[in-house]
Design a protein around this ligand. Sequence first.
Ligand SMILES: [Cu+2]
Length: 259
Amino acid sequence: MKVSLEQLNPRATVLSILLLQAITPANGHYGFPFVEVAGVMSERWEYIRPTATFGPNFDYAGPPSMCGPNGTLPLFPIKTLKVEAGSTIVFGASGQKAWPESDSREPFDPKWSIYHDGPATAYLSKAPGELAEYDGSGEWFKIAAVGASDGIQWDVRESAQVNKLSFTIPKTTPPGKYLMRAEHLNILTSYKGTQMYANCAHLEITGAGGGTPGPTTKFPGAFDAKDPGIWLPNALDHPYQPSDRLKNWQGAGPKVWTG
Ligand SMILES: [Cu+2]
């Protein structure tokens, strides 16, 4: 049955309007629906598991902590990007363009940049079979943490106008099909705390392998909201002198495995 606004009581109408305002794309935040392939940005959702929304994710302990809302399995079929271990994977950022965001096919906009300040990380998890059927319930290892290389300000911040996150696949990563998770955090002292933005790509990693990735963790399970790698309000008080704590930021979850 279709319900028009007139059929709803006045209180419900006000509530509906407030809800509509809360989900309007203009208020949307961001995600990483693109990857760069041989220097060219992919299509939206070509290699990335679609997510319904780019709204801030506070569910550090639940399934959305893995690949974003609705990212436990692909919402529709996507391609797998073949890459050699040792190469760099570039995730392209975008603001929300439609509701649900998974319906959007807007191309990469190089003028758009991440407008929140905070650290970034990347993780990999090997699928036991096909990526299309992999729910990410296996082991995950961290391959990168991007903090504040000057020890003062996050590398990814509004004033730096960053629109891509680049991560190197460790050279000795065992070959296979992997989910690759890219995350950016928006460090806040207010409201519900740190906001998480995460998306996952489908990768087929080639190469000689030889490494034993670890330590590993699980999603969900790697994080909680008060983890000292996530709840970082003091990191907004930029030090006058470089701080090793910001410079050497490793994030929540396991240590970075470099191969
Ligand atoms: Cu935001």
